[in-house]
Design a protein around this ligand. Structure first.
Ligand code: FPP
Length: 246
């Protein structure tokens, strides 16, 4: 049976987050420059976004550029920024046709002005779309996000806007970049690395983790279905016992 037909549509993850890794190694294996890997990585972004929307996934979050990625060679950073601009320009119609809302999280003011303008333009144009929210994590780092949250809440405490006793998980959630998104249900990382790399540390507290050796430019719809199938076989206990869930 084809993989897609094996999926239980009643038990889809509401929020999938992906660490898209392995573009550089994919290019190297082919004797090409890293840039070639990133270019082909954008094809997987398109395929996985479409497949997720088609299935009925409500939230897809992609780690496109980390706070640490600024340390890469200048030419690679420039290429990633250029690819971002060209993808946004190219995909605006696909986002509209598929009723997908674009969202971005991270230190967006660190991005080149041209990227910020393009991003804000697409976010504005797609803001009323409701089938799926596609969130791009750009200049994103989870520790940076948590620091920013702590600073905002402390300022509110100092100005008597909130009392320390009132700080609970929902207050923290409201101050994160992901304030409008639910917790992550399924976190996928490609390329064989098994680490989180400063991605959504708070939001993945109860996420199911799926690691695959496939390099991001080779990651297809079927690999996504495989990850979701694996997720659907897991028992999510949220701290309870197996018996309590029955
Ligand atoms: C990781 O591969 C990938 C990135 C740091 C960037 C991901 C970017 C894209 C897929 C293209 C642009 C994105 C959008 C949303 C249009 P790596 O370079 O770390 O690979 P390596 O570990 O093999 O060197």
């Amino acid at each position: 049976m084809i993989l897609k037909d094996q999926l239980n549509i009643e038990n889809l993850p509401k929020h999938i987050a992906i660490i898209m890794d392995g573009n550089g190694r994919w290019a190297k294996q082919k004797g090409k420059l890293r840039v070639f890997g990133h270019e082909n990585g954008t094809k997987s972004v398109r395929e996985i976004t479409e497949a997720s929307a088609e299935l009925g996934i409500e939230n897809l979050t992609l780690y496109a550029f980390s706070t640490e990625n600024w340390k890469r060679p200048k030419v690679e950073v420039q290429t990633l920024m250029r690819l971002l601009i060209s993808s946004l320009k190219k995909e605006i119609n696909t986002l509209q046709e598929n009723n997908i809302k674009l969202n971005a999280i991270g230190n967006l003011e660190d991005l080149p002005k041209k990227v910020q303008r393009e991003l804000m333009d697409v976010i504005e144009q797609t803001k009323n779309n409701s089938r799926m929210t596609l969130t791009l994590a750009l200049s994103y780092g989870s520790r940076d996000e948590l620091l920013n949250t702590i600073k905002q809440i402390s300022t509110k405490v100092k100005n008597n806007i909130i009392s320390p006793e009132k700080i609970d998980e929902s207050v923290i959630n409201e101050h994160l970049y992901t304030r409008n998104l639910p917790d992550v249900d399924l976190l996928i990382r490609t390329s064989g690395e098994q680490r989180i790399s400063n991605f959504l540390l708070w939001q993945i507290a109860y996420a199911e983790l799926f690691f695959t050796n496939i390099l991001w430019p080779d990651f297809t719809k079927n690999n996504l279905y495989e990850a979701i199938l694996c997720y659907q076989k897991r028992e999510r206990r949220f701290g309870k016992t197996s018996e309590q869930l029955k």
